[in-house]
Ligand binder design. Structure first.
Ligand code: HPA
Ligand code: ZN
Length: 349
């Protein structure tokens, strides 16, 4: 029987969607669904090298991070106007709300856009208008994490920071942190040591991708050299027991993305994913969707697929939601309020 229609699966889905949770590892450009890519291309008079929405979706077969990144950057090329960034962000926030997301921290890649001649202001304005509308009309809070592309130079990252800083005051309720993404192998954390030191001195919250395809030493270097508070992915940390101990005792969050790891062949099979092992050892792990339009599922799909593949109990699913609140960059008072709403949802479940 199709798992999606079995009674057990549907009640699991209801349980997961009713858990108030935070999404902490989400690339907004990775939420562009093929139909939105097509409609934005049409609106902007851009010709796509795919005959149809289905043909584009068919192309989503990846064998590693780079094969995905090539399509992801191509998909983002339809984003031209403030309204495009608004529509993309609002579509994600509506979908996230359906999945029980109460707070979302959105990574965005300005270099993907400024490199095509799109103004930094256009990117910020469209995303920010959607995030503020969602806060006011839907009760979802959100932050923006400006992410540097690690396949480009550190000078390029510094210039990107220079271009964004004049907007900081205007968007200070949203732009609270920075991240580091794109091709990991061969682009180690130390390449960005100076721009991270600058961001830290400016008071930004710091996160970075590490230990997705890259080795455990990149996780260690992201902590020691970049000074990050949180690690995006980090699943390869398990290769270094001393690092694991440090993640455990320091309660350093890992933003794990199970369906992404499956699609990009970081794991061959969800049953082999180390999420449950990390959680059961007491690590501060969270579950997130990464690039949901490309990886076959939004955040609730990631919780559900993990529960089914790894036999996660309802207590463990609730622990993942609790971790997501704790690991967020929200002020303590808002964390406490969200944790109380999680307790209330569990009491009613
Ligand atoms: N890894 C690295 N860079 C990315 C990813 C990812 O999973 N998604 C978007 N940019
Ligand atoms: Zn990512």
């Amino acid at each position: 029987m199709d798992a999606a229609v079995s009674p057990a699966a549907s009640s699991l889905s209801d349980f997961v969607r009713r858990l108030p949770k935070a999404e902490l590892h989400l690339h907004i450009e990775g939420t562009l669904e093929p139909d939105l890519i097509f409609s934005l291309a049409q609106r902007n008079g851009i010709a796509l090298p795919y005959a149809s929405v289905d043909a584009l979706r068919q192309a989503y077969q990846f064998n590693d991070l780079q094969s995905f990144l090539d399509l992801y950057y191509a998909g983002a090329s339809v984003l031209i106007t403030e309204a495009d960034f608004y529509d993309m962000t609002m579509a994600y926030l509506q979908r996230a709300q359906y999945d029980g997301v109460a707070h979302a921290e959105l990574m965005f890649d300005p270099q993907t856009h400024t490199g095509r001649g799109i103004a930094m202001e256009t990117v910020f304005a469209g995303m920010a208008r959607a995030l503020r509308d969602a806060r006011r009309l839907m009760g979802i809070s959100g932050y923006m994490l400006l992410s540097f592309l690690r396949h480009l130079t550190e000078d390029d990252a510094q210039a990107t920071l220079d271009a964004a800083l004049p907007l900081r005051e205007q968007y200070k309720d949203l732009w609270i942190g920075i991240g580091l993404d794109s091709a990991e192998r061969g682009n180690p954390p130390e390449k960005f040591a100076r721009v991270y030191a600058r961001c830290k001195a400016l008071g930004f919250r710091l996160t970075a991708h590490a230990g997705e395809e890259g080795p455990a030493s990149y996780v260690r270097d992201a902590l020691d050299i970049l000074g990050v508070e949180r690690i995006d992915h980090g699943v390869r940390s398990e290769e270094d027991p001393a690092l694991m101990q440090r993640l455990l005792t320091g309660r350093i969050p890992l933003t794990v993305c199970p369906l992404s790891n499956l699609k990009l062949c970081v794991v061959q099979d969800l049953q082999q994913h180390n999420l449950a092992r990390l959680l059961r050892q007491g690590l501060m792990v969270t579950v997130n969707s990464d690039d949901p339009a490309y990886f076959g599922g939004y955040i609730a799909d990631n919780y559900i697929a993990s529960a089914q593949a790894l036999d996660l109990s309802r207590e463990e699913l609730a622990a993942l939601a609790r971790n997501s609140i704790e690991a967020s960059f929200l002020p303590d008072e808002q964390k406490r309020a969200l944790a109380a709403s999680l307790d209330a949802a569990l009491a009613a479940a």
